[in-house]
Design a protein around this ligand. Sequence first.
Ligand code: ATP
Length: 508
Amino acid sequence: MANNEDLLKKIIAHSKEYGFVFQSSEIYDGLSAVYDYGQMGVELKNNIKQYWWKAMVQYHENIVGLDAAIFMHPTTWKASGHVDAFNDPMIDNKDSKKRYRADVLVEDHIAKIEAKIFKEVEKAAKRFGDAFDEAQFVATNPRVMGYNQQIDEIKARLYPAMGSDDLSDLKKLIEDLEIVCPISGSRNWTDVRQFNLMFSTQMGSLGDSANTIYLRPETAQGIFVNYLNIQKTGRMKIPFGIAQIGKAFRNEIVARQFIFRMREFEQMEMQFFVRPGTELDWFKYWKEQRLNWHLSMGIPEENYRFHEHEKLAHYANAAFDIEFDFPMGFKELEGIHSRTDFDLGAHEKFSGKKLRYFDPEINESYVPCVVETSIGLDRTFLAVLTYAYREEKLEDGSERTVMKIPPVLAPIKAAVFPLVKKEGLPEKAREIFDSLKLDYMCQYDEKDAIGRRYRRQDAIGTPYCITVDHQTLEDNTVTIRERDSMKQDRITIEEISGIIAKRIKENK
Ligand code: ATP
């Protein structure tokens, strides 16, 4: 369990220094929980989007794309339940004047107990050595059993309290657990209140409430309202899916932790429409598929884990998250939800339009069930940075910071350098650069000593550096340096493109 504030700080600083992520409107001291992606960030982000799009749309004959508008008819959000129920319970500390999500305060308290269990296990593992049986220890050690019981008791109160209209139970739970404000250290709390996370604005010039529209808090509803358009015009047969990448907006109460929790963010969602009764099989299928997609990015399995929802949303009959080991510990990266026929059913009701499918195989017409895969693009970006960021001590005693970004996602695939800035080398290097750039994002760099140029490319994760030297002018060969091993080979100019292509394809 990583809880590495230091690593997060380093990633934030590195992201800024090399043009991955900037604070929004930084010259005005920034806007809280809103970020801009710089020259490297936009490339990485585009590559992640493309990697997802290919896996979902290009590789599946029965999945098609969509780009729906951010603004939607306000009744959409009534039907989806967001107007009435897209709330988080908030609580303020009267001394520090800081606002918190009441459920998160309780969850953090649980995490502290879990950390104690983790410590006990670690201690015991050391004591018992190879003979240590973790499962047995956890099941029988009185102290660990006590902690687990505490957690169960808290959860048994938390979930009903969250679902109840009366939020005083949640306040009571915070009081009973003696949770203090991390800033003031006091237990001087306000009552818990509901806070709707949707941003609203006015459409047109009239300022009355009839014109209130929302910035979409999820991209999914754009898919549901277009279900019939796409099914009909695309002649789609169930099961089929609609995929979409786009911005979503949530007025998060507590928005810290860099691009993990933002107020404006991007989602990559796919809604898969299936025959009712088969949704749990498809749910299982997509759960596996999605984990495989993460692993295919080249990030090892130990960085991921499944988390089953203990409290299901009103529309779901099964839900799992794929969690990633972020610097703040394991947290949600993607959600896979079996949404039943709730959404299409609700839109039928509110719009008065039939959203049915006639299934020729069973000669029946029905409202399809939906299995959703919903992943945060920005969280995937942070996952990639978390995995990729390395500080290495080299054999010669020097140090380097290298981003081991999976090659398929790397913002720049190759950099081309002339060894020196004279004697015809820049011209030759430019020639190579001009031909490579037609197929790959490349950089040309002739400034500073070659070692510093390598370091600059390491810092942005470029898999290959190609150097033109005097020998190049004689025999058309260059050196190619590989980012991770730093190994250099001599190859012909004709071979460069094929080597880069192979590496991207293998993604290792
Ligand atoms: P959380 O519990 O962390 O608030 P959620 O369960 O509300 O997330 P979903 O509604 O399932 O999230 O959204 C799907 C995905 O969108 C999440 O898995 C996450 O990757 C991403 N996401 C949600 N909220 C944010 C946010 N504020 N900033 C960045 N990404 C987000």
